[in-house]
Design a protein. Structure first.
Length: 420
């Protein structure tokens, strides 16, 4: 027998949560084949088997927290798929199928059709992320996975929560019958959902950031007329030449790097009683996913042109949405840019991505009347920008000057494009 252990994940990650078993007891696995998906604080990792054989035992359930080095499965390297355990399980499954088949013959045609439909739906849902225990509980309760709402992998508690919601009206009616006096103040329907490990980590880090840093936010606004005009004139030629679209993010990344070079304390971090000045520009780009906000990093962004930045941001964004980010994509970073404007945000105060001491918030481009001089107004595409910074090492004068520099470079984008 051979033990399958949780592998070393990363220097800062010591545990994870089993999101889903990709194999079950009795299955034959080959060396290097995926057997489980592990959810960590930052990314999901697929655990592979280092041996070929038959799975004899799964020691932990989906949703369990496991530590690095912990044994989570046992594999029989001499097995060929016909082990006693596999045979017993197969016999058990056959017995269960016969047991389920007996009452079906006695049911009314309508009920039989309903169960058949449920079985078909489960077959169609096989590719949907759901833990084995969740599938089993759904079968036991006669619930289709299609009817269960979930932000990610469907777990057993999601099925139980869905089942409880279906039973609530009956429970409320019973309460009203027993205690008519409570009819004027009935219990309100609620749904209790367990926070994913990643959401818990995000919540913890955001609170720690606010409690640790002396965070302050300063604002300015940018006239986006010249950036939008430049993109309009050059976007087709740019895409034809480079194969990527010319977006706003490359302009902002270039402007941020230019401003960081003039105000290097915003590209630093505090370590004890020392300031670590970073001589590189690894820019984090906040990306929203179904599991929460992640910040993949564009490495050495100062060495990339506009096409290189746009390509990196696009690739990282796709990996984030497909849950394919590696730990190396998220580690480090010297400064972060977040764009709430894609969701329609007009104004916000972004929270620092600790241990970084600066984060730039972009917002929605909004047409507004702008005073050109004492007598003239024009409608211009304007964007509010916000810089949150750690006041422990960055003074207000430096922060405001940084934001003004970003504004000046974006309102004269030809120079940025020539440099990139």
């Amino acid at each position: 027998m051979t033990e399958i252990k949780v592998p070393e994940l990363a220097e800062s990650i010591t545990e994870g949560t089993i999101a889903e078993w990709l194999k079950k007891v009795g299955d034959h696995v080959n060396q290097g084949e995926y057997i489980a998906e592990l959810e960590t604080d930052k990314v999901n990792i697929e655990i592979t088997s280092e041996f070929s054989g038959v799975i004899k035992e799964l020691k932990r359930e989906p949703g369990d927290t496991v530590e690095v080095g912990e044994v989570i499965a046992i594999i029989d390297e001499s097995g060929d798929g016909s082990s006693d355990q596999g045979s017993n399980e197969q016999s058990s499954e056959q017995a269960e199928e016969k047991k389920e088949a007996a009452p079906k013959a006695k049911e009314e045609p309508k009920e039989e059709a309903a169960q058949s439909t449920s079985s078909e739906e489960l077959t169609e849902d096989e590719r949907r992320l759901a833990t084995p225990s969740a599938r089993k509980r759904a079968r036991e309760k006669g619930i289709s996975l299609k009817d269960i709402s979930s932000n990610g992998t469907i777990r057993k508690q999601d099925v139980d929560s869905h089942s409880s919601k279906k039973e609530e009206p009956k429970q409320e009616t019973k309460k009203e019958t027993k205690a008519p006096a409570q009819a004027d103040n009935p219990a309100k329907p609620v749904e209790r959902i367990k926070m994913s490990r990643r959401r818990q980590t995000i919540a913890k880090r955001l609170v720690e950031s606010q409690q640790t840093a002396a965070m302050l936010t300063t604002f300015n606004e940018i006239d986006m007329t010249n950036v939008m005009d430049l993109r309009k004139r050059r976007k087709d030629a740019f895409q034809e030449k480079t194969g990527v679209k010319l977006g706003f993010m490359s302009f902002f990344t270039k402007a941020v790097i230019g401003a960081l070079k003039q105000f290097p304390l915003l590209n630093a971090e505090i370590q004890g009683d020392e300031i670590l000045m970073k001589k590189y520009y690894d820019i984090g780009i906040a990306v929203s996913t179904d599991d929460g906000l992640v910040v993949p990093v564009v490495r050495d962004a100062d060495r990339l042109g506009f096409a290189g930045i746009e390509s990196e941001i696009r690739n990282l964004g796709l990996k984030a949405r497909d849950n394919k980010l590696a730990l190396s994509d998220l580690q480090g970073g010297s400064f972060t840019i977040t764009n709430g404007g894609v969701f329609g945000s007009l104004w916000s105060t972004p929270i620092l991505n600790a241990p970084q001491v600066g984060i730039l918030g972009m917002h929605k481009v909004q047409w507004r009347p702008v005073a050109i001089d004492e007598e003239t107004f024009e409608n211009r595409p304007m964007m509010y920008i916000a810089l949150s910074y750690d006041h422990r090492i960055v003074d207000g004068k430096e922060a405001v000057s940084f934001l003004v520099k970003v504004k000046e470079m974006l309102e004269d984008p030809e120079n940025l494009l020539l440099e990139g």
